[in-house]
Design a binder for this molecule. Structure first.
Ligand code: ADP
Ligand code: MG
Length: 232
């Protein structure tokens, strides 16, 4: 049986007549399946954002929470690398101003205050539902590798550990995971564990129509999802 906390996440979205999960909800869901996520709080006021930042610890990333803004950075809704209280207050106001200007119809539900994850190898894990075969899992490297080169691998869910290792091996740019040109290596075990966690989540949550972890930052040891989007 599924953790009641998972049911709760979907119930709240349904009660609010949303066909998607906010980033903090999507991350909580992923976290419940064992995917490593950033510390995160939703603040409804500037003061609450400052308090949250102090609890989480600097540096901080601020992001818009709005049902009308799913692609947050396009709308000026993401500020990374905030280092102090003054930065939180300015950042809060700047995001609100950007959203009012860029998406005038948007209802602002709050500002996400989250831990800023260190730089790492950017990867993307996604899912869509095939009308015939059910949920699929996609893996690729972040940035140009997926967006321009479409260098990705796919499997139908559920996947086994062997499938997950094959997915890592099937992309053309797989050498990027080995730490070329003095860049850090990526923890492949952590990627495999995340793919398996996502597979389990997809099998247990038929509510999920689309999933997009973009990016998941991978380190020499471990990984962290810094953005997650779920369409219901
Ligand atoms: P969007 O909705 O535009 O995809 P993201 O949440 O992905 O917004 O944020 C945009 C970019 O900001 C990310 O691709 C990542 O490079 C950076 N970023 C976002 N959140 C964090 C974080 N918690 N730690 C470090 N970098 C982050
Ligand atoms: Mg993103």
């Amino acid at each position: 049986m599924r953790d009641p906390k998972i049911d709760k996440i979907f119930q709240v979205a349904k009660a609010e007549k949303r066909n998607f999960l906010f980033e903090h909800e999507a991350k909580m869901l992923c976290g419940l399946y064992g995917v490593p996520i950033t510390r995160i709080e939703v603040a409804k006021t500037e003061d609450a954002a400052v308090e949250a930042a102090k609890r989480i610890g600097f540096p901080i990333v601020l992001k818009i929470v709005s049902a009308q803004v799913l692609h947050k950075s396009d709308a000026g809704g993401v500020i990374v690398g905030v280092n102090d209280e003054k930065g939180i207050r300015e950042g809060y106001q700047r995001i609100v101003a950007n959203i009012k200007k860029n998406v005038p119809t948007a209802v602002i539900d709050g500002i996400l205050v989250q831990e800023m994850a260190p730089k790492g190898t950017e990867i993307i894990i996604g899912s869509t539902v095939d009308p015939t075969f059910g949920p699929t899992i996609m893996f690729g490297l972040g940035g140009i590798f997926v967006e321009i080169l479409k260098d990705v691998s796919f499997r139908l869910a559920p996947i086994t550990k062997e499938d997950a290792w094959e997915m890592l091996d099937e992309i053309k740019a797989k050498k990027m995971l080995e730490g070329p040109r003095g860049t850090p290596k990526a923890d492949k075990e952590a990627i495999v564990a995340t793919l398996l966690a996502v597979s389990k989540m997809l099998m247990e949550c038929p509510e999920i129509k689309e999933l997009d972890m973009n990016p998941l930052l991978v380190y020499e040891k471990g990984a962290r999802a810094v953005d997650a989007r779920v369409i219901l």
